[in-house]
Write a protein that binds this ligand. Structure first.
Ligand code: ATP
Length: 262
């Protein structure tokens, strides 16, 4: 469903030479299968968000190929890219809701842009709000909602246009542990019920462990390790030091190979 091949990205200071600047991604290759939930984990500045933004064309690689749903984003015109983005939803750490629009108004925004009729918008908007458990909040404004409810609205907005892929950039980083669990349940529901492929960026191993089928570990612009489903399922919970030991290459392979209850 998603494939990155040899993707590199350098951010240059204004006026600097092309070979100066900072290499945020360095020849990254990654495959994410249809229906998979793939975690991208790493410390701050590792290149996680840059990689995620490659997957909807918000960021262009200097070299390499990015393919999503059989479409090569790297070779597309801006108008083709806008069209392709309709099948790629995205949610963010700070929800990015429009404050002067109601909940249903926010959820229907992508449908308005896609030219869906008013009556169908209302119907689909309420349908996705029901899916995330917030149908009763349709007429409220974002300021009247808790953080967890705002993220549910953002998820409803992202799935309203029935995407094949959902990109999640630190979706639980502003939330307390209990609310985080609720959001992870909603994302699992999106994956299992709607068959949406999910790529989740996080710096919290516990979040990745609970939700993801596979987890790629990033360090200094590279994927240094991808944990298979069997490895992820056998990480004993909670494992606060695992990310540090994976990054330093000192991990003592703490997981067993047989499946464990999550
Ligand atoms: N537009 C930009 N211009 C210049 N440098 C950038 C830009 N965007 C990101 N960077 C740099 O690229 C590196 C990777 O950034 P990125 O946001 O992808 O990392 P991250 O792993 O998501 O970090 P965090 O967890 O802190 O969000 C960082 O050093 C960052 O400062």
């Amino acid at each position: 469903m998603i494939s990155l091949y040899g993707v590199s990205k350098r951010y240059n200071e204004r006026g600097s030479r092309a070979d100066q600047g900072f290499e945020a991604l360095s020849s990254v290759s990654l495959e994410v299968g249809q229906g998979e939930i793939h975690g991208i984990i790493g410390s701050s500045g590792a290149g996680k968000s840059t990689l995620l933004r490659m997957l909807n064309g918000l960021e262009k690689p200097d070299s390499g190929e990015v393919t999503v749903g059989g479409q090569q984003l790297t070779r597309m015109s801006e108008s083709a890219l806008r069209q392709a983005r309709r099948s790629i939803g995205m949610i963010f750490q700070h929800f990015n809701l429009v404050s002067n629009r109601t909940v249903i108004g926010n959820v229907c925004m992508p449908l308005e842009l896609a030219g869906v009729s008013r009556s169908e918008r209302e119907e689909r908007g309420l349908e996705v709000l029901r899916f995330v458990g917030l149908e009763d909040k349709a007429k409220q404004y974002p300021a009247q909602l808790s953080g967890g409810q705002k993220q549910r609205v953002a998820i409803a907005r992202a799935i309203a246009s029935r995407p094949d892929v959902l990109l999640c950039d630190e979706p639980t980083s502003s939330l307390d542990p209990q609310t985080t669990n609720g959001i992870l349940d909603v994302l699992r529901h999106v994956n299992e019920t709607l068959g949406v492929t999910i790529v989740l960026v996080t710096h919290e191993m516990e979040v990745a462990r609970r939700l993801c089928h596979q987890i790629s570990v990033m360090k200094e612009g590279r994927i240094v390790r991808t944990l298979t489903e069997a490895e992820v399922r056998s990480i004993p919970a909670p494992q606060p030091d695992l990310l540090t030991s994976l990054l330093t290459g000192e991990e003592a392979e703490p997981w067993e190979t047989e499946d464990e209850e999550r």
